[in-house]
Design a protein. Structure first.
Length: 200
């Protein structure tokens, strides 16, 4: 049976390697094609969890982690240039936004409502901490990309099912990217932003 656990900065060391490996494996796939090291995952998780309002919702089947969702004030996410200013152009105050930076459910456990459950926990936590919106982003689907699987389905549908609305905001992030010949290169990636009002 799948169990749910909540982690914060104090008990993050217990899971950091396991979720780091999941993150490296999953985001190396299309559309993210993200290549990094476990050491950098440690830095990433420690930065995001440094705020006491940040949580990681973890799903375990027996002892194995089979999914997780990171929820943090959007101000903790420092990887997108000019994010605060771009949100201001849309009349959004970054301080009022909670954010899902990562949600991953392993294949074999998908379409069973686990991510939806993590988002319910996240929204409740956002409300209790006085945030007005939950914001998230995903990589824009490039239909001509050579590494795109022919049966790839964009996760836009997933966000829409969870009542997120597109913000009409697309921003760029630069990171080491897997190439079709298996080499790596730093590249810009377009991110599509989504928002949902938090019920108070
Ligand atoms: C996207 C992802 C997190 C969804 O997790 P999940 O546990 O399968 O999602 P849920 O079962 O809670 O689904 C929630 C709703 O979205 C729908 N949904 C989920 N994935 C979908 C998809 N790929 N396409 C269409 N609808 C989808 C479900 O049908 C469900 O709607 P319903 O309750 O009305 O049936 C999972 O597919 C995943 O880990 N993908 C790889 C990582 C990723 O892309 N993360 C998102 C960007 S950070």
């Amino acid at each position: 049976m799948v169990k749910v656990e909540i982690y914060k900065r104090d008990n993050l060391p217990e899971i950091i390697d396991e979720i780091g490996i999941i993150r490296l494996n999953e985001f190396k796939k299309y559309p993210d094609l993200y290549v990094s090291t476990l050491e950098r995952q440690h830095m990433y998780f420690n930065n995001l969890l440094n705020d006491p309002r940040s949580i990681i919702t973890v799903f375990r089947d027996n002892e194995k982690i089979i999914g997780f969702c990171i929820s943090t004030p959007l101000t903790c996410y420092k990887y997108i240039p000019n994010l605060k200013e771009e949100l201001e152009k849309k009349d959004i105050n970054i301080n009022e936004c909670y954010c899902c930076t990562d949600v991953i459910i392993l294949e074999g456990y998908r379409k069973k409502g686990l991510a939806r459950k993590a988002f319910d926990i996240q929204e409740k936590h956002a409300s209790e901490n006085g945030f007005k919106k939950v914001v998230l982003f995903n990589t824009v689907d490039d239909i001509h990309h050579p590494l795109r699987p022919h049966n790839y389905v964009t996760n836009n549908v997933f966000f829409e099912q969870l009542r997120f609305k597109s913000l009409g905001l697309v921003l760029s992030m630069n990171y080491l990217t897997l190439q079709p010949d298996n080499s790596t290169k730093k590249e810009d990636h377009l991110l599509n932003f989504w928002e949902k009002e938090v019920l108070q």
